[in-house]
Design a protein around this ligand. Structure first.
Ligand code: ASP
Ligand code: MG
Length: 420
């Protein structure tokens, strides 16, 4: 079995869904049985986050009017598809609407978030399922809230591979062409919905492939494949045809938006290749991530720009210079705040970390202040250059203030002011 994953951008319109159908049909005509993983359509997850905001603020009319826009958006796609059986969508939408109209938020913000935001994927998968079935692909829809079992770390849940494997095996049994699943969402053993972190659908595809020992995962995207840099920012970017798992992780971790960093591990552990291919040109090969003996790293420098960085400098308040202890304290606080650290630099008395700006930033700083004297610089960006050439490093340094520069044999990292 193969896993095909379609992100929000690939199914943001009726044309996108038709395209998914064409791609899936080609595979089925070749005798494949497919698992198809879909995200929410277009920017639906962001839209639902707005519904949630109004809902938790107690502003029912604003929540409902945003919800109506979400319904209209999906209806417009169903109209574009001339979809006749809309019952599955209607059922899902009513359940969603009922929560917003009838229930008052109970539980934590995080668990409410997951119960509501998971509807993005539930709505998209119900439309895709009906469309595929209406066009002759026998498709079975799996509800991942009761199939992909996770812990209850809401908004950032971890998959319980053992229990999920059992449930997935049951889900893919039976006589059909396609098993359709929602990315990004799961549920606890006692039936509470969870999500795996924003942009988590790639990870779902990889985790499912791992548990079911699939032959490959293909992520169908609105780009040609993986590029040496974001073509919108660096015009000299070129397509990379082959990457090892490790190089892919480095790239993803440095902020390449193309795949979610968590995606690689479940694939690497079972040696399952990952393809990134353009959905509007299914004949093109795109990029392939796997290990093999004849692998040579890409011969062009790879540039990854991570924006919205904050450099935090920490000096222990008790003047303790035992770096190991200070690091342990600092990182346990950072971890408690789920703060992703992109760069670390230490000196005798100082720990410097570059982190993603987040709305929880001030709480983090307050906590750090209990142990450290804290200073920070914001509005920075982190540029990683892998397989660097000195003229590229030079070119990317001029005109910027460089806060930190780190160099290894393979890569240079520049933490610099943002010129945006
Ligand atoms: N729909 C979710 C998001 O937008 C998950 C995903 O697209 O991967 O974050
Ligand atoms: Mg997405």
């Amino acid at each position: 079995m193969k896993v095909y994953k379609f992100g929000g951008a690939s199914i943001k319109s009726a044309d996108g869904v038709r395209n998914l159908f064409r791609i899936a049909k080609m595979a089925c005509d070749n005798g494949e049985r497919l698992i198809v993983v879909v995200s929410a359509m277009g920017k639906t997850t962001n839209a639902i986050e707005e519904v949630l905001y109004h809902y938790t603020e107690g502003n029912l009319s604003a929540a409902i009017s945003r919800l109506e826009q979400i319904r209209e958006y999906h209806e417009q796609i169903m109209d574009g598809l001339s979809l006749s059986d809309r019952s599955m969508f209607e059922d899902r939408f009513s359940a969603f609407e009922n929560i917003i109209r009838r229930e008052t938020p109970t539980g934590t913000y995080e668990s409410t978030y997951d119960s509501i935001v998971s509807y993005g994927e539930l709505l998209s998968s119900s439309i895709v399922c009906s469309y595929l079935n209406e066009h002759g692909l026998r498709t079975k829809l799996t509800d991942m809230r009761s199939t992909l079992i996770t812990d209850d770390r809401f908004r950032e849940a971890s998959v319980d591979f053992e229990t999920s494997t059992q449930r997935l095996k049951e889900a893919v049994g039976g006589d059909f062409d396609i098993c359709l699943m929602q990315g990004f969402i799961g549920g606890t053993t006692d039936g509470r919905p969870t999500t795996l972190g924003r942009e988590g659908s790639d990870y779902t595809a990889a985790a499912v492939a791992n548990m079911l020992d699939c032959d490959s995962v293909t992520i169908w995207k609105d780009v040609e494949g993986i590029f040496s840099a974001d073509p919108r920012l660096f015009p000299s970017a070129t397509l990379i045809e082959r990457l090892s798992y490790v190089d892919a992780v480095e790239l993803a971790y440095s902020g390449a938006q193309i795949i979610h960093p968590k995606t690689i591990k479940p694939l690497r552990n079972k040696n399952i290749p990952l393809y990134v291919r353009p959905f509007d040109n299914p004949e093109a090969e795109g990029s392939c991530i796997k290990d093999s003996d004849d692998y040579t790293p890409p011969q062009v420098p790879i540039l990854i720009l991570k924006r919205n960085q904050i450099l935090i400098s920490l000096e222990p308040k008790d003047f303790s210079f035992v770096l190991e202890e200070s690091l342990e304290k600092a990182f346990s606080i950072l971890n408690r705040h789920r703060q992703k650290v992109n760069l670390v630099q230490t000196s005798a008395i100082r720990i410097s970390v570059s982190v993603d700006a987040s709305r929880y930033f001030s709480e983090l700083i307050e906590d750090l202040k209990s142990e450290f004297a804290v200073r920070y610089n914001d509005n920075l960006e982190l540029l990683t250059i892998r397989g660097y050439l000195w003229d590229v490093v030079e070119r990317e340094s001029v005109g910027h203030t460089i806060y930190i520069k780190q160099q290894t044999r393979r890569s240079v990292k520049l933490l610099r002011n943002s010129t945006l």
